[in-house]
Design a protein. Structure first.
Length: 235
């Protein structure tokens, strides 16, 4: 089985319970933080958003509720997740376009004001350098790229960032939540990798985001963001 097929199989196994996952960590807080960050000053605009790994559309609601005139193009490798997204996002269906395919190949050739990803860029099979460069090419000048991932925490810069940022309180996991997380990770036949902060900075800056930074860090949940300052945008 290829890594891409393994990812599809993994999500097909627990798609019906996927929306329970954000409630087992600080992710709901992180989702709201990222939506607020990328849409600050754009709330009343017809923002063109590309969401990488849209999944069931859980995070997408944070975006369309914050910017009601926005349009979201969501890409995901899992047809089962996209089927669930169609149901979850039915109230916003005129604002949503869903594309099934692997990233970056499935990213449409179009201009976007914002590119986001919520906890989807964790698989080792993803060609990160190509993906980040493609994101840079699709963004307009002044556009924002932000993504949330789990991060390898054992580095001096990570400890420094943690000390600089307020840590939201997260209630301890219940026994049912612990059992759910164990079930989600069981039989995962695909390589997942948590990279340190320095790795993300290096990849982002090589792709054309020289001012990329870690804007959020809580527990092992991290948000990275950068702006495209180059004027050679897609028209």
């Amino acid at each position: 089985m290829s890594q891409e097929d393994a990812i599809k199989t993994h999500y097909a196994r627990f798609v019906k319970r996927y929306d329970e996952l954000p409630h087992t960590s600080a992710r709901n807080h992180a989702y709201q933080y990222m939506a607020d960050y990328v849409l600050s000053g754009r709330e009343d605009a017809a923002v063109r958003i590309l969401e990488l790994g849209i999944g069931t559309g859980y995070f997408t609601r944070f975006l369309v509720e914050r910017a009601p005139k926005s349009h979201v193009t969501g890409v995901d490798i899992s047809p089962d997740m996209l089927t669930k997204a169609q149901i979850n996002l039915r109230p916003f269906q005129k604002q949503i376009q869903l594309i099934c395919g692997a990233i970056p190949a499935a990213i449409p050739f179009a201009a976007f004001d914002v590119v986001v990803s919520a906890a989807a860029l964790c698989f080792e099979v993803i060609p990160y350098d190509e993906l980040f460069r493609t994101v840079w090419e699709r963004l307009i000048a002044g556009g924002t790229f932000a993504y949330m991932v789990d991060t390898e925490m054992h580095s001096p810069i990570c400890r420094q960032k943690r000390m600089q940022m307020a840590q939201p309180s997260v209630p301890p996991l219940t026994d049912d939540q612990r059992a759910f997380l164990s079930w989600v990770g069981r039989d995962l036949d695909v390589s997942v990798r948590f990279y340190p902060i320095e790795w993300h900075f290096d990849r982002l800056r090589r792709a054309g985001f020289p001012d990329a930074d870690c804007i959020y860090l809580c527990h092992d949940c991290t948000i990275y963001a950068g702006e495209k300052n180059d004027t050679r945008a897609i028209s």
